[in-house]
Design a protein around this ligand. Structure first.
Ligand code: NAD
Length: 327
């Protein structure tokens, strides 16, 4: 089957090479959008990543080019208009749990780096500045961490932080028995906000979770709270968090995702002027670390994304369900 791989990077080519014996991969550098959809001409499937814009117009363009199947190389699927895809007769599959450990370990890396000011210490020592002023951290042991969303990634975070001796609170619309076995206490969201020293987000982006962290939520949090978002940018109302950072109510912020990341992330922008003032303001705080949507980016995860994407394509070609189908 011919597959148009949008937003293709060198690492996508490397890890999708394992399916090239069965499928003809047409690697396309541009992101999918209504203008680039026609690049898929002659392909039965399109393989998409998180910042491809699979809205109705782009999907109509793909359908016009002959695409009948969307193979997402991501777990999240909030970037795809599933209603439109269904109406256009497309099937859609994702890679649900390629490596929850990759994302969980990155979330914990952000917690530790912010707590112990590793980003500042690294820069200082390279300038032969060995002063400890401003680097004071706290023990994670006995601190309360609130985990929002206790699916595969939330569970992996809970497992790691249990090892640090943290007290773990969680909020989810479904309780995960594995989290309960670890001693995680499920509470209402307001209680999680008011009791947590660290809040880490691991729920999907849905209409219910859009701007979950807004001005009202921040007002319920402890002064000095640390907020970590490795899930989806729009879970956080960024201007509200910037106000919280300015008035020092928010003590630390670690982001791997950003609501308007589509025009920024995954590209080298170092020669360009960044015109997003909200994003630029975030970068000015000493107690903020932003990474460019790299939490998933481990060898293990990419290898698994390649393997499962291949299986999804095989299943579609054979006219069988894949087990990872969204529609
Ligand atoms: P999952 O489906 O295993 O778990 C998601 C959990 O969120 C489930 O337990 C679900 O019940 C819960 N949930 C759903 N709606 C909720 C709500 N309104 N409030 C609270 N909890 C709710 O998913 P996962 O594999 O753990 O991934 C979680 C998210 O992480 C994905 O949706 C994706 O957005 C993000 N992600 C980010 C990266 C990255 O590189 N930064 C990589 C993979 C996934």
């Amino acid at each position: 089957m011919r597959v148009a791989v949008f937003s293709a990077k060198s690492y996508d080519r490397e890890f999708l090479a394992q399916v090239e014996d069965r499928h003809e991969m047409k690697y396309l550098e541009p992101r999918l959008d209504p203008m680039t959809a026609t690049l898929a001409i002659g392909c039965e499937a399109a393989c998409l990543f998180v910042n491809d814009v699979a809205d109705r117009q782009a999907l109509e363009g793909l359908a016009g080019a002959g695409v009948r199947y969307l193979a997402l190389r991501s777990a999240g699927f909030n970037h795809v208009d599933l209603d439109a895809a269904g109406e256009l007769g497309m099937r859609v599959a994702r890679v649900p749990g390629y490596s929850p450990y990759a994302v969980a370990e990155h979330a914990v890396a952000l917690i530790l780096a912010l707590d112990r000011r590793i980003h500042r210490a690294y820069a200082r020592v390279r300038e032969a500045n060995f002063s400890l002023e401003g680097l004071l951290g706290f023990d994670l042991r006995l601190r309360t961490v609130g985990i929002v969303g206790t699916g595969k990634i939330g569970l992996a975070v809970a497992t790691i932080l249990r090892g640090f001796g943290c007290r773990l609170l969680a909020y989810d619309v479904h309780q995960n028995p594995d989290c309960l076995s670890l001693g995680v206490e499920y509470v209402e969201l307001d209680r999680l906000f008011s009791e947590s020293d660290v809040i880490t987000l691991h729920c999907p982006l849905t209409p219910e979770t859009h701007h979950l962290i807004d001005e009202a939520a921040l007002a319920k949090m402890k002064p000095g709270v640390m907020i970590i978002n490795t899930s989806r940018g729009a879970l956080v109302d960024t201007p509200a968090v910037i106000e919280g950072l300015k008035n020092r109510h928010v003590g630390h912020l670690g982001l791997d995702v950003y609501e308007e990341e589509g025009d920024l992330f995954f590209e080298d922008q170092s020669d360009r002027v960044i015109t997003d003032d909200v994003f630029s303001r975030l970068l000015t705080f000493p107690n903020v670390i932003v990474t460019g949507h790299q939490a998933f980016f481990t060898q293990n995860a990419l290898s698994e994304i390649g393997r499962v994407t291949g299986e999804n394509l095989d299943a579609f070609e054979a006219g069988e369900p894949s087990g990872n189908d969204l529609i």
